[in-house]
Design a protein around this ligand. Structure first.
Ligand SMILES: [Zn+2]
Length: 116
């Protein structure tokens, strides 16, 4: 069953929030790499991917790029921009998805609540 792009974007943003906490914890322990959750559109995905924090940071610097387990991309909303041995980096291409992930970007500094 096809899902709404907005719904998929929210799922991915939720995984991204989880990973932000994982990155913070790993950083506090001085780790160079951490086991992140796959940030794909499947809310039931439990895949973990080992990603160097340096790479994670570069992905997070862009609100529209996400880390996925290989093969987990959803072609209708994102395209693979880089494939590594254990994970891949995707960029959102669907306009609605881009709008949602930008709005929910944990690094944007925007307030969580907005009028309306
Ligand atoms: Zn996944």
């Amino acid at each position: 069953m096809a899902r709404e792009p907005e719904s998929m974007a929210k799922t991915e943003s939720l995984f991204r929030d989880v990973n932000e906490r994982i990155a913070t914890a790993a950083d506090q322990f001085g780790s160079e790499e951490a086991e992140f959750v796959c940030e794909c559109a499947d809310p039931k995905c439990v895949e973990r991917v080992g990603v160097p924090l340096e790479v994670y940071e570069s992905v997070r610097a862009e609100p529209t790029t996400f880390i996925l387990a290989n093969g987990h991309e959803e072609g209708s909303i994102e395209k693979v921009v880089e494939t590594r041995r254990r994970f891949q980096i995707v960029e959102k291409v669907n306009r609605k998805v881009v709008a949602v992930v930008r709005k929910l970007d944990p690094r944007s500094g925007a307030p969580d609540l907005e009028p309306g």
